[in-house]
Each structure stands twice: as C-alpha cells, then as structure tokens.
Design a protein around this ligand. Structure first.
Ligand SMILES: *[C@@H]1O[C@H](CO)[C@@H](O)[C@H](O)[C@H]1NC(C)=O
Ligand SMILES: *[C@@H]1O[C@H](CO)[C@@H](O)[C@H](O)[C@H]1NC(C)=O
Ligand SMILES: *[C@@H]1O[C@H](CO)[C@@H](O)[C@H](O)[C@H]1NC(C)=O
Ligand SMILES: *[C@@H]1O[C@H](CO)[C@@H](O)[C@H](O)[C@H]1NC(C)=O
Ligand SMILES: *[C@@H]1O[C@H](CO)[C@@H](O)[C@H](O)[C@H]1NC(C)=O
Ligand SMILES: *[C@@H]1O[C@H](CO)[C@@H](O)[C@H](O)[C@H]1NC(C)=O
Ligand SMILES: *[C@@H]1O[C@H](CO)[C@@H](O)[C@H](O)[C@H]1NC(C)=O
Ligand SMILES: [Zn+2]
Length: 459
C-alpha cells in the first residue's frame, strides 16, 4: 500500500517534471510542401481548404525562390536557408569532374553531395528535439552522419494519407516515443500533373488542385483529431511554380554544336555542359548566338543575382531557356507540356506560403518573401540557433503574432514620402538662396563675428 502511494507520488513527480519540461518548449512545427504549387493557382482555382487555412493565419502570395527553380535545390533551400551555390544541390542532375561521379535526384544516397549544408531536421536535434522528415528531398540521406529521428526511404507509392498519418502520430508522441518537435512532409502533386498536362490545362489542373486542396483539408482535420490544431505551427508551401511549354518552342542544341564535342550534365530548361577540349570560350561563342530564346553563360559570367556561380560543381557553361521554351539536343519531340527550372525572377516560377498556428498573426496577407527567409523563421519558431544562412528573420517579422513590425508597403511609402519632402526642402532652399542678393558683406560679417580681435583691423 505504502509502496503504491510512494510509486504513485514518484510517477506524479516525474510526469510533473515532464509537463514542466515540455511546457517550456515552443509549439511544434510542421512544414508541408506540395511540389510545383505555382503561386497563381490560388487565383485560378477555388482551393477552399487552403483559403480557410490562411484566413486563420497568414498568406505570402509570392515566394522568391532560388535558382535553378527545380525540386531538389529549392527543397534544400527551404530547410537550410541557403542559395543553391552554398548548399551544393545545384540541380536534379549534377556531375563531379573530380570524382567522375554523376548525381541523379532521388536515386543517389551518397551524402557527399549534401554535406555542404545541414538540414533543420538534423540541427534541431542539437536542441534535444525529436524530428521527422517524410519523403522530403534529402530526408533519406545520412547528411553529416545524421538523419531525422523518423524518416522513410523514398516511396512514391505511399499515399498522402499514409505519410500524414505517420507524421501526426509522431507529433502526438506517446509513453515510449517523445513528441516530434519539427516535421517536414512532402507530396508530389500538383507538380506531376503540371508536367504532364501543362499549367494552362484548366480541366486537368482543376482536378489535381481539387485533390491537393482536399489533402490540405485532411491535414487540418487530422491535426484537429489529434488535438494538435491550434497547438502546432503549420507551414504550407512549395518549391517552385510551372510554365506552359509547347512543341513550337523547342531549342535544338545540335543546330549549333556537334554533340560529340561536349559532355551534357543537365538539359532543360537550364543546360549544364562541359566542353570536351580546348577553351570553353570557343564553345560558348557558338552557343551564345545559337537561339534568341536561350542565353548562354560562361561560369564566371553567371549573374550574381542567381547565386549559382560560386560552387565547384557549377559547370563551365550553362544555358538558360526563356520562359516556356524547352532545350533538346535534336528532334521535334516535346518532353513535357509543363516545366520549371527557369529564371527565379519569373512570377510563374514562384510558389506561395500559407501558415497558421499560435505564433502567427490571423488574417494577415503580404505580397512576397524570399524562400531563404523561411529557414530563419522556422529556427525562431523552434528556438533553435540557425546555422549560417542567406535569409533574414527581419523579413518575416510581420507574419508573427505579438511582433511589432513595419509593413513592407508602409516602409516603401515612408521612404518615398521622406524622399519627396527632402527634395522639396532642397529645392526651396536653393530657390531662396538664389533669390537672396549675393554679396560679400554678410559673409564678411559672419567671419568677423567669429574673431573679435580682428575687428578693429578690418574696420
Ligand atoms: C561521420 O562518421 C564517421 C565514422 O563514424 C567519421 O569518421 C566522420 O568524421 C563523421 N563525419 C562527420 C561529418 O561528422
Ligand atoms: C511503398 O508504399 C506502398 C504503400 O504504402 C507499400 O505498399 C509498399 O510496400 C512500399 N514500398 C516499399 C519499398 O517500402
Ligand atoms: C508510440 O509511437 C511510436 C511512433 O509513432 C509507435 O511506433 C508506437 O507503436 C507507439 N506506442 C504506443 C504504445 O502507442
Ligand atoms: C520510437 O519509435 C520507433 C518506432 O517507430 C523506435 O524505433 C524508436 O526507437 C522509438 N524511440 C525513440 C526514442 O524515438
Ligand atoms: C487537358 O487534359 C485532359 C486530361 O485531363 C485532356 O483530355 C485534354 O485533352 C487536355 N486539354 C488540352 C487543351 O490539352
Ligand atoms: C561531329 O564530330 C565528330 C568527331 O569530331 C565527327 O566525326 C562528326 O562528323 C561531326 N558531326 C557533324 C554533324 O559535324
Ligand atoms: C550565403 O550564406 C553563406 C553561409 O553564411 C555564405 O557563405 C554566403 O556567402 C552567403 N551568400 C551570399 C550571397 O550572401
Ligand atoms: Zn518540384
């Protein structure tokens, strides 16, 4: 009897300690990516569940994502806050000239490609957190000797419901398995359908976006069922958009260059190639005037704004197709009706961000954010010290509840007003000065007042 009471007391104590321990923790965080969710799908299709979600939270209409606007580079940027040149996942197809190894997205589990950076599901474990990552690019790779606490080998056959079910269980936790504090969940649509049908096919895209929206509904209802809704911070986002392609917009490399003269690393819409011999400049000059809808860059001339040049694995020449154009080596066959990878300044390449949870404002909407800013935001939400990154928490302060922030539009407006006022003052001042009779006298007197001793002399 006494033993029972004592045991009960001890259990009570330990559960109290547990409660105290976890109550000091910030809310758990779940980020969900629906691959290839182009920002303006929200205007073109109904998406009632997504709208309900951000009406209770925040919406960022455009995420300025990273170049190249492909799946692997952008998903790695979301969880590292780094541009592709800094995290090293430059494309879905890469080649290392030193080791002669190729990289193929999804198939390659060699950590070497990923080790320049560390994803948040690893870093967050240093704060004592359990983490989970489900099908997110890189989640089944042992990056810097670690994976998330819970993960699966990539399996495209696993349904959204199955993936979500596991994530929710892990976030709920139980006696033997501590609550997961950070989880990343990936789903292949609407990217897959966007490639097959093209984003302009309203019938096909309407159907798949209805499914995506149903999955968002499922996400919220599952969180509710597990009593997690309102207690976790939820981010719904994506990696890139989608552009409509056409067989009328093909660029054939064979028209400009003998295919035996280079090694092809990646093809479209951004080609990466290595000239086989001689200096790259000769090959470059052939490609430079190859097609009016394709821009060629020598590595050293890749624009700074793309943040793509400063990596060992950026190839000597890259080619960039204009929006909606497809690069092929030969022939007339269009590989895909929809594609992405184009310049990240194109609105069609941008995804969006919706978020809700205890840390977010309610009913707030803003025009844009850099996708590299999401990483420092997530670190802040989890009280995890961010690793060096290219984002800034200052950019997303307005999304957060209880933060004083200046609306970007307001800041811009204020800057304009201040500039106008300054200009008016300057003009008025000049005008007044030019009207005043110019003469040496007032000047002299001023100087005289300064120095009393000289007064008699000058008088
Ligand atoms: C990973 O583990 C191996 C052997 O266990 C060790 O030699 C290596 O230094 C570790 N690498 C990192 C990045 O910690
Ligand atoms: C992939 O997921 C499906 C659906 O859950 C399952 O039936 C299948 O066994 C899985 N494949 C592997 C290799 O785990
Ligand atoms: C606890 O959670 C883990 C992971 O979700 C699960 O595998 C296990 O079956 C659960 N245990 C109990 C007793 O529910
Ligand atoms: C959690 O559950 C999994 C099974 O899902 C198990 O392998 C693992 O060891 C458990 N423990 C912890 C601490 O997460
Ligand atoms: C759109 O996609 C549907 C399949 O959902 C297909 O039957 C139809 O031909 C496509 N329309 C166009 C204009 O490509
Ligand atoms: C391409 O180059 C190879 C090897 O130099 C040569 O044999 C072939 O005839 C060339 N093809 C064309 C179309 O010029
Ligand atoms: C991005 O962040 C990394 C890590 O701090 C840094 O090395 C790199 O110079 C940054 N890039 C830019 C363009 O600031
Ligand atoms: Zn993608």
């Amino acid at each position: 009897m006494l033993l029972k009471i004592l045991l009960g007391f001890l259990c009570g104590l330990s559960s109290l300690a547990e409660a105290r321990d976890t109550s000091q923790r910030p809310p758990p965080l779940l980020i969900v990516s629906f691959d290839g969710f182009r920002a303006d799908y929200l205007q073109k299709f109904p998406m009632p569940n997504l709208k309900l979600l951000y009406s209770q939270g925040v919406l960022v209409e455009h995420l300025n994502n990273v170049f190249i606007t492909k799946t692997f580079p952008n998903h790695y940027s979301l969880v590292t806050g780094l541009y592709a040149e800094s995290h090293g996942i430059l494309a879905s197809a890469m080649y290392d000239p030193a080791s002669h190894k190729p990289f193929r997205a999804g198939r390659d589990k060699d950590p070497t490609w990923w080790n320049l950076a560390e994803p948040l599901w690893n870093t967050a474990q240093d704060s004592g957190y359990k983490t989970a990552a489900v099908m997110w690019p890189g989640s089944d790779v042992t990056i810097r000797n670690r994976t998330a606490t819970h993960f699966f080998r990539y399996n495209s056959s696993m349904t959204f419901q199955e993936r979500l079910g596991n994530v929710v269980n892990w976030m709920q936790g139980n006696r033997t398995n501590e609550t997961v504090m950070f989880a990343a969940l990936y789903w292949e649509e609407p990217d897959r359908s966007g490639h097959i049908f093209g984003p302009d096919n309203m019938t096909a895209m309407g159907k798949v976006l209805k499914e995506v929206d149903d999955n968002i509904g499922l996400l919220v209802s599952e969180l509710r069922r597990a009593n997690l809704w309102g207690r976790v911070n939820l981010l719904v986002t994506s990696d890139h958009g989608m552009a409509q392609c056409s067989a009328e917009r093909l660029i054939r490399l064979d028209d400009c260059l003998n295919s035996s003269s280079y090694t092809l690393v990646d093809l479209t819409p951004v080609t990466a190639l290595i000239p086989k011999q001689g200096n790259p400049e000769a090959t470059f000059s052939l490609l430079n005037k190859c097609h009016q809808h394709m821009t060629a860059y020598l590595k050293k001339n890749i624009p700074e704004r793309l943040h793509y040049r400063n990596n060992r694995l950026t190839q000597p020449i890259i080619l960039m197709a204009d929006e909606g154009w497809t690069i092929v080596q030969s022939g007339n066959k269009l590989p895909r009706l929809g594609d992405h990878g184009y310049d990240n300044s194109l609105p069609s390449m941008h995804p969006l961000l919706a978020a809700a949870g205890p840390s977010f404002r309610q009913g707030y909407r803003t025009r844009e954010l850099q996708s590299v800013d999401i990483y420092p935001l997530m670190c802040h939400l989890l009280s995890v010290t961010p690793r060096p990154n290219n984002g800034s928490l200052a950019h997303s302060r307005c999304l957060l509840a209880g933060e004083t922030c200046m609306e970007p539009a307001l800041v811009a407006g204020l800057v304009v007003i201040v500039l106008v006022v300054l200009t008016v003052i300057t003009v008025l001042f000049r005008l007044l000065r030019s009207r005043r009779p110019a003469g040496p006298r007032p000047f002299r007197r001023l100087q005289l007042d300064d120095d009393d001793d000289d007064e008699p002399l000058l008088e």
